[in-house]
Design a protein around this ligand. Structure first.
Ligand code: OAD
Length: 238
């Protein structure tokens, strides 16, 4: 076992209220590209910049193009949890981890068995008609083409937070509470570039902060331990 993995294990062993805060890098080893890495979504050629497509204004003005992008790039129904998702779920079952706070919308933490998953940016698994509010599961969206329409004629909007849209207040509050009560915070697979999500980690007050990220992040962290290996590989050794 390498020294960083040994240190990480020791910190985990000493903790009882671990919170994990993650992003797209947690799912890259499940085959879902992240946003800002070289092979990431924001470096791909598309008719419009992906950040623009993923905005509320764009969704409203050009839903056809939005859903073309969304179906091609945001949905990965065949992706399966990797060792990081699985270990976090195991820690929760063991009573060591209180919450997973994620910016991901892929539902892989729940697929691995995690229960308290605070999805800051929503989920592709929940979809609602904008007109009548009817719920649609991901499977139903996958069986439609183009702009998905409800039986009432309204557009079915995925419950994902687009740029210019606010975050769910209940989810935010639960995340703040979990972070304030945490005795260890593991941040992984996120560039910490997107606010308000990235700002939440300031609510953690403990001294067991671990960062597991392949590249440097967008803010200064007073981390006890920094690991730059792929997060799935790291968790598979724990
Ligand atoms: P980013 O793409 O900005 O950052 C992902 C980070 O994960 C990068 O720093 C990578 O180096 C790192 N990474 C990739 N694979 C990894 C691996 N296997 N192990 C460890 N690290 C790895 O993704 P997020 O920070 O999640 O928001 O982006 C935040 C938000 O920006 C997303 O939720 C999305 C996007 O715009 C919305 O769509 C609202």
């Amino acid at each position: 076992m390498t020294e960083p993995i040994k240190q990480l294990r020791e910190l985990v062993d000493q903790s009882e209220r671990i919170v994990f805060f993650g992003g797209a890098g947690v799912s890259t080893e499940s085959g879902i590209p992240d946003f800002r890495s070289t092979g990431g979504l924001y470096h791909q050629e598309w008719k419009y910049p992906p950040e623009e497509i993923l905005s509320h204004t764009f969704y409203k003005s050009n839903p056809e193009e939005f859903f073309r992008f969304y179906r091609a790039k945001m949905l990965a129904p065949d992706a399966r949890p990797n060792a990081a998702h699985r270990k976090l779920a195991e820690w929760e079952r063991q009573g060591k981890l209180t919450a997973v706070i994620t910016q991901n919308i892929d539902g892989l933490h729940q697929a691995a068995g995690s229960r308290n998953v605070l999805e800051l940016h929503g989920s592709v698994h929940r979809n609602h008609c904008e007109r009548c509010g009817k719920f649609y599961a991901l499977d139903e969206i996958l069986h439609t083409q183009g702009v998905p329409r409800c039986s009432c004629g309204g557009i079915i909007k995925p419950d994902v937070v687009l740029y210019e849209e606010g975050l769910d207040q209940d989810v935010l509050q639960a995340a703040v509470r979990a972070l304030m009560e945490a005795d260890m915070l593991i941040i992984g697979g996120t560039s910490l570039n997107v606010y308000p999500a990235a700002g939440l980690i300031s609510y953690y007050r403990g001294d067991r902060l671990v960062l597991i990220n392949k590249s440097p992040v967008g803010r200064d962290l007073d981390a006890r331990l920094v690991i730059t290996d792929p997060i799935g590989q790291v968790f598979s050794q724990l």
